[in-house]
Ligand binder design. Structure first.
Ligand code: C2O
Ligand code: CU
Length: 427
């Protein structure tokens, strides 16, 4: 913490190696290490600053996914950092507690940079929020888990064979580790799940099909806990879950076959794939955990009826509204303070998703129907089932900058790189 109270972080993107296969080195990239990056953590109200240093042989950028912040600090394709250079964004954290993350966003090369290993968590706390009985001891009963898949050749190289959605790898890792396990010493454990894959959608559950509780989505707590046996996350999405454990038991977190909607027959999108992700291993005696409260938070109202502008975004192939991303074209101009409805339709018979920078939106409806409870909370990324229409409500507070755009794009990173991205400014 600097003398003026700013919380200062530093991240250095660098080359390294990781053993995904026993005894075989894979060249990877990481922040401050060989793979992934440190967990950054700050509280609501704090000023943060990050020194982002690039020691890679090519330009990259670091985007704060889910963060409400000025466009010039966002770390998108307009804020690339040259090799040997340092970029110093700073902003004030002003949003509810949440599990956010950071990753590169260089123009046309995001998939490659994330696939090589550049990603990390950015956790936000809210010291004024009431205690609702969630486990909160980092690394003990509150564990961030980034799930990724890669394809690794026998000689260790990362391969990049692509299906239409992108790379669907068979080497699945949790926090970069294959066959990971988590020692559990408490009755409840909270997992902060992040789909950090470039293309694959996961449907998380437990091998014994036990019920667990989803407590948060991308942008923070749900209004009430949702008991469930599955949590489906497309690339970029997060969910926080609380799992009850019995003394001495072991249970595997698994990704079951995801429900991708009505996709084209014979189409490879990972719909039939199942993976074990990690194992929870409970100690012979467990410390008591508090009960999760029946009400977690009151979300600020964000209603479609209050919107003054409705925009349409049709998603197809590698285009939004019939156009591919162009760095020098602004696709939408939003007025600061406006509440808007973004009506998003996936025209294809293949999966996409949609991520909006700067805001946490609410899903008002899907084909006119209210969203299921896990999609009713604060979201910044949403899966787009083929041929359905999602109405998203969002408000653009605080930051205006006519010269620097934010991005809206498909978070299947191959699609993003190939043009399924648009730019908006807030004025
Ligand atoms: Cu997680 Cu525009 O990205
Ligand atoms: Cu897509």
């Amino acid at each position: 913490v600097a003398p003026d109270g700013t919380r200062v972080f530093s991240l250095t993107a660098q080359e390294g190696t990781t053993q995904f296969l026993d005894g075989v080195d894979t060249p990877t990239w990481g922040f401050d290490g060989d793979l992934l990056g440190p967990t950054l953590r700050a509280s609501r109200g704090e000023q943060v600053a990050v020194q982002v240093r690039n020691e890679l042989p090519e330009p990259t950028s670091v985007h704060w996914h889910g963060m409400h912040l000025p466009a010039a600090m966002d770390g998108g394709p307009h804020q690339e950092v040259e090799p040997g250079a340092t970029w110093r964004p700073t902003w004030r954290v002003d949003q509810p507690a949440a599990t956010l993350w950071y990753h590169p966003h260089p123009h046309g090369r995001t998939e490659e940079h994330v696939y090589k290993g550049l990603a990390g968590f950015f956790l936000l706390d809210d010291p004024d929020a009431p205690d609702v009985g969630l486990p909160q001891e980092y690394g003990v009963d509150d564990v961030p888990v980034v799930v990724q898949d890669r394809d690794v050749a026998a000689d260790g190289t990362l391969t990049t064979e692509r299906a239409e959605v992108g790379i669907l790898g068979s080497v699945v890792t949790a926090n970069g580790v294959r066959g990971a396990h988590v020692p559990v010493t408490t009755e409840h454990v909270r997992l902060r799940l992040l789909n950090g894959s470039t293309a694959r959608t996961y449907a998380f559950g437990f091998a014994d099909d036990r019920t667990f509780t989803q407590v948060a989505s991308d942008g923070g707590l749900l209004e009430a806990p949702v008991p469930t046996t599955r949590v489906q996350l497309s690339p970029g999405e997060r969910a926080e879950v609380v799992v009850a454990m019995a003394p001495g038991e072991r249970v595997r977190l698994r990704s079951f076959r995801p429900d991708l909607g009505r996709i084209a027959a014979g189409f490879a999108a990972g719909a039939n794939d199942e993976f074990d992700v990690l194992e929870l291993r409970a100690a012979a005696t467990l410390e008591p955990s508090p009960e999760v409260a029946g009400a977690l938070t009151a979300l600020e109202p964000l209603r479609a009826e209050d919107a003054t502008v409705t925009r349409t975004f049709t998603v197809s192939g590698r285009e939004i509204n019939g156009r591919r991303m162009a760095m020098d074209r602004i696709d939408a101009t939003v007025e600061r303070g406006a509440t808007e409805v973004w009506e998003v339709r996936n025209l294809d018979l293949v999966p996409h998703n949609l991520h909006v920078h700067d805001v946490q939106f609410r899903v008002a409806d899907i084909d006119g129907e209210a969203p299921p409870p896990p999609l009713a909370g604060a979201k910044d990324t949403v899966y787009l089932e083929p041929q359905r229409t999602y109405r998203l409500v969002m408000r653009f507070d605080d930051y205006a900058d006519p010269d620097t755009p934010y991005m809206v794009h498909c978070h299947l990173l191959l699609h993003e790189d190939e043009g399924l991205m648009a730019q908006f400014v807030v004025v």
